[in-house]
Design a binder for this molecule. Structure first.
Ligand SMILES: NC(=O)c1ccc[n+]([C@@H]2O[C@H](COP(=O)([O-])OP(=O)(O)OC[C@H]3O[C@@H](n4cnc5c(N)ncnc54)[C@H](OP(=O)(O)O)[C@@H]3O)[C@@H](O)[C@H]2O)c1
Length: 421
């Protein structure tokens, strides 16, 4: 039987794992790999593979049936992916930024050209999240999807809790161990989670939104005091991607949350990822596993390649795995229109009347207090006050915080975090 010719763009962490997994498989021949630097030593045998620094070479080769993009970023891969689809190639990609920003257009183009675009590795590394939402749970209507979708931030928050480290020290450890990149912005400021939750939301609710418009809060402002106090209150702080449907609006966010210690998501530690799905028929499902790394991610990529190869054998091949991501007329809602309980840390002057002032500002905006602690008095006469509110409208909490910030007894609002329900 003729082998299926494959072209792989990228031979870094993931690409190398993909070549290792495909090498012994008699169904496939890796005909091309594209890299930036063709002179670099590689960890795999490339003697029977053509190596280029121009990925368009493989895309223009009529023998290549599947193009695997494991390089990253949108330039040049947005144009290249469209060109490859127009040449009739099936696409397997791990590129969350590309799918999150341009998914609708790419899937429509793929449908027009009768090819398939698969992206299991783009979210959750080796965990089969995409296929679970696209196929296994098709019979459900989803009420919410929430997950720990970024291993780097979960590793940092776990280190802060277990070792009592500051954010900066935990980040330095994550970088030394290869969990965080030299420029960690995408991870610690929440962009990565925003891309990923947008992809999951599109599968669950039938609509992509602009991922750059998704509400984001990073983890850079979280201190060891927050980690300890949250635990005393009965929570663990986790970076969460959350998507829910609210009428004809989508509520999608990427921000740290206080997760109750008894919730399954609170127990997910280190660089692991987990996703908690609530479906109308299945109930609650949680998937957990390695969200990154060479072989877990390669497992997802090669799974997609095998799925395409199997579908190609069917007599009436059609793009079987194409998601219906533009099927619903939904808009991204504003976070201000939702409700949450809040954890708030502020620096105040240690003078009589501070608590009364706080209570007044909260009460004036119908935000009710759940618990409050004061953490030590510093030499400069300031004190840290931390409180939890009951569930309240985001708009009311933000107005109350503005009023508190303006009070003479307030030095600074340190952080405001939402509580996971
Ligand atoms: N690492 C993970 O655990 C993981 C998990 C899930 C998803 N992903 C996604 O998988 C993709 C790859 O990640 P990675 O960690 O494997 O990245 P990586 O180690 O940095 O490797 C990137 C590879 O792409 C090549 N490349 C970059 N730009 C290129 C261009 N314009 N033309 C040709 N080749 C180009 C690089 O060539 P050189 O080697 O010559 O520099 C390198 O081989 C990204 O989209 C990432 O978000 C990664």
């Amino acid at each position: 039987m003729a082998k299926i010719n494959i072209g792989i763009i990228g031979l870094g962490t993931v690409g190398t794992g993909v070549v290792k997994l495909l090498a012994p498989d008699p169904q496939f021949k890796v005909k091309w790999v594209a890299v930036r630097d063709t002179t670099k030593e590689r960890d795999v045998d490339l003697s029977n593979i053509r190596v280029t620094n121009n990925p368009f070479d493989m895309v223009n080769d009529p023998e290549v049936e599947i193009v695997v993009e494991v390089a990253g970023g949108t330039d040049p891969f947005y144009e290249l992916t469209k060109h490859a689809i127009e040449q009739g190639k099936h696409i397997v990609t791990a590129n969350k930024e590309l799918i999150s920003k341009h998914g609708t257009e790419i899937f429509e183009l793929a449908k027009k050209h009768n090819v398939t675009v698969m992206f299991e590795a783009a979210v959750g590394g080796g965990i089969p999240l995409i296929s679970t939402l696209q196929r296994g749970l098709q019979a459900n209507t989803f009420s919410s999807i929430a997950g720990i979708l970024n291993g780097t931030t979960n590793f940092i928050l776990t280190q802060m809790e277990e070792k009592g480290q500051s954010f900066q020290d935990a980040l330095a450890d994550a970088q030394a161990l290869g969990y965080a990149e030299a420029d960690p912005t995408n991870d610690v400021k929440g962009f990565d989670v925003a891309y990923k939750i947008n992809i999951l939301s599109s599968l669950a609710f039938g609509r992509f939104v602009d991922p750059l418009a998704v509400y984001r809060q990073g983890i850079t402002g979280i201190t060891d005091t927050d980690i300890k106090t949250a635990k005393e209150f009965g929570f663990r702080i986790k970076m969460i991607g959350l998507a829910r449907r609210n009428g004809n609006q989508l509520d999608i966010r990427a921000h740290p949350m206080l997760v109750p210690l008894h919730h399954l998501l609170a127990s997910v530690e280190g660089a692991n990822n987990a996703i908690f799905i609530s479906g109308s028929a299945v109930g609650d499902v949680m998937l957990v596993g390695q969200g990154a790394g060479q072989m877990p991610t390669a497992s997802a990529v090669v799974g997609d390649i095998i799925n395409i190869a199997s579908a190609l054998k069917l007599p009436d091949f059609a793009p079987y795995f194409q998601p219906a991501v533009a099927s619903q007329n939904l808009q991204l809602g504003s976070i201000e229109d939702s409700e949450a309980a809040f954890y708030i840390r502020l620096e105040t002057q240690d003078t009589p009347g501070v608590i009364g002032n706080l209570g007044h500002a909260l009460g004036a905006h119908s935000v009710s207090l759940h618990s409050l602690v004061q953490r030590g008095i510093k030499e400069d006469g300031s004190a840290t006050i931390i409180f939890l509110t009951h569930k309240a409208s985001e708009r009311s909490v933000s107005r109350a915080l503005k009023e508190i910030e303006a009070q003479a007894t307030t030095r600074q609002i340190g952080i405001a975090l939402r509580v996971f329900e």
